[in-house]
Design a protein. Structure first.
Length: 109
């Protein structure tokens, strides 16, 4: 679309999403390129909302620790398994050390 078309009072444009033919006022104009958006304002709003929702969902799920069996990458999965095993081992080691200390306190001889 040429810039001159924007000045036409009855110019219409077909939305690339909902396929409705709408007047140019129903489209946002890209401030950088001065070209009308390929999607109408309604669709753009819907798309922004969906993208925002997807993003916040994404960051929410990222906050949880990953489910190891659902990690697609094999090396990453192995790394996570090793990490988890190391954590468990460390936990047991500390617990054992604590129990031994308690035992020594109870039975000093
Ligand atoms: Zn649309």
């Amino acid at each position: 679309m040429k810039t001159s078309e924007l000045n036409q009072p009855n110019a219409v444009r077909c939305c690339g999403r909902c396929k409705r033919v709408l007047p140019l006022e129903e489209f946002y104009v890209n401030s950088r390129t001065q070209r009308p958006d390929p999607y109408c304002k309604d669709c753009r709003r819907t798309m922004n909302r969906e993208r925002h929702r997807a993003k916040s969902q994404e960051s929410k799920s990222r906050r949880r620790s990953p489910v190891i069996t659902q990690v697609a990458d094999r090396d990453e999965r192995l790394r996570l398994i090793r990490q988890a095993l190391a954590t468990v081992e460390e936990h047991h080691r500390r617990r054992l050390a604590r129990l031994r200390e308690q035992e020594e306190d109870l039975y000093p001889f």
